[in-house]
Design a protein around this ligand. Structure first.
Ligand code: ASP
Length: 435
């Protein structure tokens, strides 16, 4: 069996086994603890013991590669591109497309949610037990892009700061004419090969990692919460699907003429990673590798656009925030008007820049959006119960958006290897399984 199929199998089995555990382990409704001894064993030793340990080690290993990969790959990309006069234009195109797709995502979310009206008949008594967390202000978010200490930026995993430092470093290499700088560039290229090899090695355990993560998640997911909030849940899901498949497919076709079906086929296993980890950051090594190797995007474009996208481009998150705003406004019977919704589009687009690619942050920045239009922050407590599952799905959309924009920019800059894009046999993950 190819590695892609094994990863898919890991996902499907993980979901099935997780739901099965969820159903068979009877829990006390008050304490939430298992009532039988074997239930307690399954829960404590197997699910929260062994499977959780393997899942956590898997996520840690993915995260381990993020900073070295982004640093090394982006130094290589910007060093190769430094003298290239297109660099500014390319960066502008990437950022503009990121902002545009996010604004489209949230507008679509508000439109669909206004039609479906998910917030009708909501029991406001459910909105308890949530204390708002302070969202970062716009000024701080901006200042925070610039590092004062590269080592600290790397140690904190502050992606925007690492990106700025790596870009400067790479440009400086390309602008220094000494042979030492050329040696350094060659060294970074060699290092890049080694770091990518580490990503490939990690892929071997991916099916097991994905399985363990999903069993743990689905065994503890409150299915009842989904039923209670079915209208909200399915509205977010519908918009995620419309945007993730429809809008991205259309944009890819219109802006680059490439076949969306090939794109989705190659991105499928990356989406499974996004879904299982609920983190754009943790998925980054896999996204970058797939975009370069399978979609044929040149390293000069991918090494910049993919880490940047994992940090600032969160269309799926913006969709959740759009639907959530409409939902909360309806639940509290507050009309924020057209002006209010336009403000939501603006704030949620900016909030998505400030949302780090880690699980659950979208809810924190939702506070910023609600604040802007004067909606009660306690409303977040209404949707928190289904957020974990939605987080997984929206993360898959977030990373697909990054890959789509990267592909479009590469095509427009003549930095896309079309034969590689169209070659459906040469999938990275499948290649490794044959190694
Ligand atoms: N988990 C999301 C991501 O990493 C962010 C969020 O919506 O909370 O892309």
């Amino acid at each position: 069996m190819t590695l892609t199929n094994r990863i898919l199998l890991g996902m499907i089995l993980g979901i099935i086994v997780g739901i099965l555990f969820n159903v068979i382990i009877a829990t006390d409704p008050d304490t939430g603890l298992p009532v039988t001894a074997w239930g307690a064993w399954l829960d404590g030793v197997l699910i929260n013991g062994f499977l959780d340990a393997v899942g956590q080690v898997f996520i840690k290993s993915l995260k381990l590669l993020v900073v070295p990969l982004v640093f090394v790959s982006l130094v290589c990309g910007s060093a190769a591109l430094g003298g290239h006069s297109r660099m500014g234009a390319m960066a502008l195109k990437t950022v503009s497309l990121y902002l545009l797709t996010t604004a489209m995502a949230i507008a679509l979310a508000i439109l669909v949610a206004s039609l479906i009206q998910p917030g009708e008949d909501v029991d406001l008594a459910m909105a308890t037990g949530f204390s708002a967390i302070e969202a970062p202000g716009l000024k701080e978010t901006f200042i925070n892009i610039f590092p004062e200490n590269p080592i600290q930026a790397m140690a904190d995993g502050n992606m925007l700061q690492v990106i700025v430092f790596s870009l400067l470093f790479g440009i400086a290499i390309s602008r220094s004419e000494s042979p030492a700088a050329q040696n350094l560039q060659a060294f970074f290229n060699d290092l890049n090969t080694v770091v990518i090899k580490m990503v490939l090695l990690l892929m071997h355990i991916a099916p097991y990692g994905v399985f363990c993560l999903l069993v743990k998640l689905f065994s503890s997911l409150g299915i009842d919460a989904v039923l209670d909030l079915a209208k909200y849940f399915f509205t977010v899901l519908l918009v995620l699907l419309l945007h993730g498949l429809g809008v991205y497919g259309l944009l890819l076709k219109l802006l680059s003429g490439l076949n969306p079906l090939i794109f989705f086929r190659k991105m499928w296993s990356v989406m499974v990673f996004g879904f299982s980890t609920a983190s754009s950051n943790a998925t980054l090594p896999i996204t970058l590798r797939t975009v370069e190797n399978d979609l044929g995007v040149d390293n000069k474009v991918a090494s910049f656009s993919i880490p940047l996208g994992a940090t600032i481009n969160m269309d799926g998150t913006a969709i959740m925030q759009g639907v959530a705003t409409v939902f909360i406004a309806q639940a509290y019977n507050i009309d924020i008007g057209l002006g209010g919704y336009l403000l939501v589009i603006l704030t949620a687009t900016l909030a998505s820049i400030g949302t780090a690619g880690v699980p659950g942050v979208g809810l924190v920045t939702l506070a910023m959006v609600l604040n802007q239009v004067g909606l009660p922050l306690e409303g977040i407590a209404l949707i928190i119960g289904v957020d974990r599952l939605l987080d997984m799905i929206r993360t898959a959309v977030n990373i697909t958006g990054d890959a789509m924009v990267s592909t479009v920019v590469a095509k427009s800059e003549n930095l896309l290897d079309r034969s590689r894009f169209e070659n459906t046999d040469k999938k990275m993950v499948d290649e490794i399984s044959k190694e």
